[in-house]
Design a protein around this ligand. Sequence first.
Ligand code: NAD
Length: 453
Amino acid sequence: MTDRYTKAVNSGFTQTLAKKLGLPRPAVLRRYRAGDSLTVGPVLVVSDGASKADADAIAQTLLGWDLDVRREPTDDVRWGAVVLVLTEATAPTDASEAVLATGSVLRRLAGNGRVVTVSRAPADGDSPALSATRHGVDGFLRSVAKELRGGATGNGVVLTDDVAVDDPSVLGTLRFFLGAKSAYVDGQLLRVGPTADGVPAADAPEPATDRPLTGQVAVVTGAARGIGAAIARTLHRDGATVVCVDVPAAGEALAATANAVGGTALQLDVTAEDAGERILAHARERHGRLDVVVHNAGITRDKLLANMKPGQWDAVIAVNLAAQLRINAALLEAGLEGLRIVSLASTSGIAGNKGQTNYAFSKAGVIGHTRATAGLLAARGGTANAVAPGFIETEMTSRIPFATREVARRIPSLAQGGQPVDVAEAIAFLASPAAAGVNGQVLRVCGQHLVGQ
Ligand code: NAD
């Protein structure tokens, strides 16, 4: 699954040669396997003075996850992760000691190690010093992530003011960032709020559970291949019954995915007027309920705008954006309790991309409707979030000309493309009870691609 270049620079004679020539050597990323430990070594938990109680609470939780937790930086350890807690820092200088303590162990951070900040989101009414401190953490995290080597990543959990550090969604997000499921998520800060009112107690997040979607029914569009097939497999692994949707022309591959995950196939063009009603009817009639919808079906029709034909523009908007809006309207109309919607955006929709005005419009539109839908779903205990992949190795990207593709692979901090499973893991996390407090957010799965925010 690893691309040929990454394989070559990590083995045998070609590894030695790459070292001698000083070629970039992207690391082999550690991905989730049941039974593996969460981190690759001991976890250092550091904080500023005022955040010590929050750091203590986090350290206790990590101990409960069977991790080797330390509170002092020492020279004798190959660290698996550093958790830097700055939740109560109010002035820029508050952060200095803990940040430098983090720096003091980075040379001994293991390959595939983690740096995770836990801080608070800037809010209206923050004093200038508080706002500076909170924004400062963002800049720090994005920069330290770029300095890490060997497949190590840096990400941040950003709490809103009304959420406690031991809130299940905070801990669930921390767990996602510490573990192998976030292998290709790098340089990202995810905002976590309190769990929406109306989430039934039975849905109380249980971050440590292996199959968090047990008993739930999930619909995945564009499931015949690529990222969609990986999403179906991952949601199934996590316990969900999966309805796999794709166009009739992809029927055979669709049936193969559905069979592999013990789910059902629904041949449907998502641009159909009644797509939302048909998805709902299928889920209810065949499986009795609907809990998760993943809008993954998507197409590209790349052209410079000067050469864009109406059909190329219209097709992309219809499949990537208008279909999601229409299906969401039908789902909202049905008034489902606790519905989780996760939609595929793209880094092109954040930073723009030459030749992709149509695609970028559609993907930025996905981010827009996700933010607006979040509040509507929260009223019934649901969430709407988007995942923005960077360069992922699929049939869609295999059509990109070789030189452009090779450059796209090496630009991210992790210096490689992601795998479909990396996107699927992020989606499975956002669909899980552990992410109940994550709503209206965009999580990039891009290996810290140097575009956009
Ligand atoms: P893919 O082309 O390999 O698969 C897309 C699937 O969607 C196919 O099975 C296709 O038949 C299905 N589909 C297309 N139109 C449909 C319709 N009208 N109704 C139902 N199904 C339809 O693409 P992929 O690379 O797996 O991408 C999946 C999603 O991720 C897309 O939304 C894409 O825009 C997004 N994405 C991909 C990348 C990447 O690097 N591959 C990056 C950013 C975002």
